[in-house]
Design a protein around this ligand. Sequence first.
Ligand code: ADP
Ligand code: ZN
Ligand code: ZN
Length: 704
Amino acid sequence: MNYFSVAISRYPIQSLVYAFDGEIALGTRVVVDIRNKKHIGYVLGKVNQPAFKVKGIIEIIDKTSFIDEKMMTIAKESSFKYMTPIGEILDLCFPPFKFKGKTLKKESAGKYLSLKISVSDIFKLQFDKNETKIVELLLENGPMEYAYALKNFPKSSIQSLLKKDILAITNFISKQQNVKLSAVQNQIVENILSKPLKPHLINGITGSGKTEIYFEIASHVIKSGKRVLILVPEIILTPQLTMRIRRRFPEIKIGMYHSALGASRKTEWDDVVSGNVDLLLGTRSAVWVPMKNIGLIVVDEEQDESYKQYAMRPYYNAVDVAQRRSELEGAIFILSSATPRIETYHKAINGEIEINKIEERSVGEIPDIKIVDMKASRSQIFSNVLINKIEENSKNGNQTFLFVPKKGFASRIQCANCGYIFKCPDCDVPMVYHKIDGVIKCHYCGHTESVPTICPVCGSSNLKKGGIGTERVEREISKIFPALRIKRMDREEVKDIASVEKTLEGIAKMEFDVVVGTKMITKGLDFPNIGLVGVIDADHSLGMPDFRANERTFQLLSQVSGRAGRGVKGEVVIQTMEPENPIMKAILDQNYDAFYRAEIDRRKMAGYPPFKELILITVEDKSPQEAMKNAQKVKDVISEGSFDILGPAESPIFKLMSKYRYQILLKCDDLDQAIGFLSSRIKVELLGFEPVNSVKIDVQPYAF
Ligand code: ADP
Ligand code: ZN
Ligand code: ZN
C-alpha cells in the first residue's frame, strides 16, 4: 500500500493523506472522501505511512497528470505567497468542472464569417441586439472565425444573417501582408532573441509598433517548435487581436481562454493540453492552463489591473505568475506597455528587466494636448478654452467627448487657490471627505481631522469639497449649448450591455454631438469623428485614496490622449487645478520617463512599492462594532511581526454587501518573511476567525 498527500479542491485545508494500492503521478486528479462526501483532490506526492488510520483514494480521474513538476512548483509557491490552500491554486489550472462541455461541430473548423453587403447599406437595415453585435464586430475587425462566432453568439442570429444574405461563410482568410519592421523594431527583436533568458519590457506609446515586435518573436518561437502564450487584459480586445494573429499566422492553431467563454472553455482547455494549440491567447486565468513546451509568454498592457485577481481568492497577480512560469520553462518573457507600472519600470531601470524603447509612432498623429489651469476659473465647470473648442468642433461637424473621471464613492478636499489636495501627513495619500461626520479621513492609517478651513500651503480659505459629477456636467453643457445633442454615458444612465451597445451605435451614427461620460467612454473613443476630448476635473483621479492615484491618473490621461483623433485631427483639453503637477507636464510632453522620475521619489519618501511591500488585511462583519473588534484582534495577533502596521481604518468602501469593513495595511521590507510570520499566526486554512472568510489577506494589493 502507498500513501499520498492530497490537496483538496475548493476546500479550505492544505492536504490530507490517503492510501492507494499502486503508483499515482504528481498532480493527478483523484476522488476522495471527506466526512462521507466526495471531493476532487490533487496528488501532491508520496508520504510515509501515517500513524493514524487513513481512507483510500476512491477513483483516479486523470490517466496522465496534467500538472508537471514546474507547474507544481508554481502552485506551491503561489500557495505560500498568496496565503491560499494549494488545492484552491490547482483549481485554477483546470477549467471549471461539473458541466458538459459543448463540443464544436467539425464543420465550423477553418471557416470564416464575412460581411456581404456594403457599409452604407448596413446603416439602412434593422438588426436585433445579437445581430448588431455580430455586424459591428465584422465592421470593426473584418472576417471572424466561424467557430468563434458560434461560441460567442446564438446560432439563430448567425443563421438569420446568413439567410438575409448579409453574411457569407468563406473558407479562407486573406493572409496579411506582413509589415516590414522598422530598423528600431528589428533591433528590439534581435535584442530580445539574443537575451532570451532575461525578462523584457517593450515600452512605447500606443501605435508605436510593440505588437508587431512580439508577433515577430512569436513567429521565431513557433518555427522552433515551441508554443506561445499571450495574455491580454480585456475580453473585448480579444476578437480584434485574434483576427490580427490569425492573419499573421494563418497556418497555426490558435486557442482562446477566458472566463466569458462559458462552457466552451473546457473544449479550449482540452485542445491546449492535448497539444493541439500553438498559440494561446487569453486573460489572466489563461496563465494557469497547463500548456507544455512554452517558448514565449507575452503580457500585453502589463499595467492593466485586471491581471490582479482581487474579488475572490486566490488574490494572485497573473503577471508575476507568468514571469515565474517563463523562468521555469526557460521561455522568453515580454511585458508590453505604453505606461508600465512604476514597479516594473523600476526593475527595468535597475537592470532586472531589459528595457526596449520605441520612441516613434508608426501610425496616426499625436493629438494636440492643452492643460488648462482651473484655479483662475474659480467655481466654473468649464474653462473658456474648452467652451470655445466645443463650439468650434461642433461647427466642423465633429463629436466631442467630455470625460469625467469620477468613480463616485470618494471625494477630496482641494484648495481652489493653489490646487493642494489634502493628504494624510503620515501616509501621503489623499484623505476622504466624510460629509455626515464633518471630517476627513485617511483610509490607510485611520488618521482623522475635522474638515479643514485653511489651506496649509497658501493659507487660502477657498477650499472645494468633492468633485464634479456627470449629471452636473450634462446639465451645464445643455444650458450653454441648447442646440447640441448631448448624451450622458455612466452607470446610472447606461445600465446594461444592451444600452451600452445602443449608445455606442448612436455615437457611430452621429446621433450625438457631445457625449458626457465616465471611464466607460474610453472604450468608445475609437470612433473616427471625435475631434475633441475634454477631461473635466482631472484632479478627481489624483484625489483617490490610494498610493497609486498619480500612476492611475497618468495612465488614464495618456490613454485618453492617445485615442483622440483617430479619423480627424484630434485635440485634448485637460482641466486641472494642479497644472504644475509633474504628471500634467509629463502628459503634455507624452513623456513617461518624466512621470517616472517624479513618482519614484515620492514612493521612496513615503515608503510604498517598489521600496516597501504591502499586505492588506480586511476584516468584515455585519456589525460595525464586531468588525472593528475582530480587526483589533487580528492586529494584536500579528503585532510582533517585523513590519509597520497601519490601521485598523475604515475601508474606503466601508459598507459593502451589507457588511462593514476595516482594513489593516502592513508595510514590510521582506515580503516572504512577513508572509511566513502571518501564516504562523493566522491559519491559512481558516483565515483567522469565524466565520471563515471574514478575514481577507491580499498580498501586494491593487484595490483598497
Ligand atoms: P502598439 O502595439 O505599440 O500599439 P502596433 O504594433 O499595434 O502598435 O502597431 C500599430 C499599427 O501600426 C498597426 O496597425 C501595425 O500593423 C502598424 N505597424 C506597426 N509596425 C509597422 C511597420 N514597421 N510598418 C508598417 N506598419 C506598422
Ligand atoms: Zn492652497
Ligand atoms: Zn494615513
